[in-house]
Design a protein around this ligand. Structure first.
Ligand code: R5P
Length: 319
């Protein structure tokens, strides 16, 4: 990656969801944050005031729609509206973690497709482009009628695996059938084998059975997922792998949603380590948890932003 510095008419603005990541992106690009007030009225309405001229600028708004998802989404929409009314030339919504992505289809009669609604809201607010990371389902790009770049954290994850675990005796494992494409791509980059945890409920009312597709006996297993939320999927998969003779189990997920008792569950689990990126700000519990480690995707996002600004290829970041 080039180390930035050569940006044209580019400005950054951050909401409150993940200031640490926004600052790290700013450091990569050697750009300060645009001065703005993003605050609440007494009744908790969001109010935004941009404190410097942005007329004709190429604006990048950095905001993950993570917990509290609705407040952070509203901040993003209102910042975009303020920029549009202040005559910014182009507005890119940089959404490292795109909340509501798991609601990408009707799961039953009379249910919403909230990911599509959120895409409409962002577009309607005035965004010209979207930049995001490891969308839960790649097809969500099609929910936007504006250019949408979906970055992959895989190169950052692969580097961390090679630095910390090496690729000897490694087995990449998808914790469910839905994640096979992602896990297979990572296994390919690492030159490792692939196994799959297949959860099945044989009969209604009976508990789920975990079958492992692939021989994990004596192997160092690396579970890979896009999201770790309650931690149930990853921790149950780790237990099943160890029961099937795995030597040890580490896990990687791009987005550490980590809600409810997730941190305690991971701490009490047999996972050697759980690695998440900084797409979502860490709570104190996450920062203190001994077997959770965070890696930064700030340079990856910063480089993609620089390339968008200078009309260079973004996909070649992953060649
Ligand atoms: C599901 O399709 C996702 O890829 C993750 O596996 C899921 O969101 C993880 O959730 P949890 O940690 O609550 O099991």
């Amino acid at each position: 990656m080039s180390n930035a510095g050569d940006v044209r008419g580019m400005k950054l603005l951050a909401g409150n969801s993940n200031k640490e990541l926004a600052d790290a992106i700013g450091q990569y690009l050697k750009l300060p944050m645009t001065k703005a007030d993003v605050r609440r009225f007494a009744d908790m309405e969001v109010f935004v005031e941009i404190k410097e001229n942005v007329r004709g600028e190429d604006m990048f708004v950095i905001q993950s729609t993570s917990f509290p998802a609705n407040d952070n989404l509203m901040e993003l929409l209102i910042i975009i509206d303020a920029l549009k009314r202040a005559s910014a030339r182009r507005i890119t919504a940089v959404i490292p973690y795109f909340g509501y992505a798991r609601q990408d289809r009707k799961v039953g009669p009379r249910t919403p497709i909230s990911a599509k609604l959120v895409a409409n809201l962002i577009t309607e607010a005035g965004a010209d482009r979207v930049l995001t990371v490891d969308l839960h389902a790649g097809q969500i790009q099609g929910f936007f009628d504006i250019p949408t770049d979906n970055l992959y954290a895989a190169p950052v994850i692969v580097k961390d695996i090679l630095d910390y675990l090496g690729n000897d005796n490694l087995m990449v494992v998808s914790p469910d059938v839905g994640g096979v494409v992602r896990a297979r791509a990572l296994a390919k980059r690492l030159g490792a084998n692939l196994a799959i945890v297949d959860k099945r409920r044989e009969r209604a009312g009976e508990s789920e059975v975990m079958n492992i597709i692939g021989d994990v006996e004596g192997r160092s297993c690396v579970l890979v997922d896009d999201i770790v939320d309650s931690g149930g999927t990853i921790c149950n998969a780790a237990e099943a792998l160890l029961k099937n003779g795995a030597k040890d189990v580490c896990a990687y997920a791009t987005h550490g949603v980590l809600s409810g008792g997730a941190v305690a569950r991971i701490q009490a689990s047999k996972l050697k380590s759980m690695v998440v990126t900084d797409s979502i700000a860490a709570t104190q519990d996450v920062a203190k948890c001994p077997n959770i480690r965070r890696i930064s995707i700030a340079p990856l996002i910063g480089e993609a932003m620089r390339r968008i600004n200078s009309d260079e290829s973004v996909s070649s970041l992953f060649d």
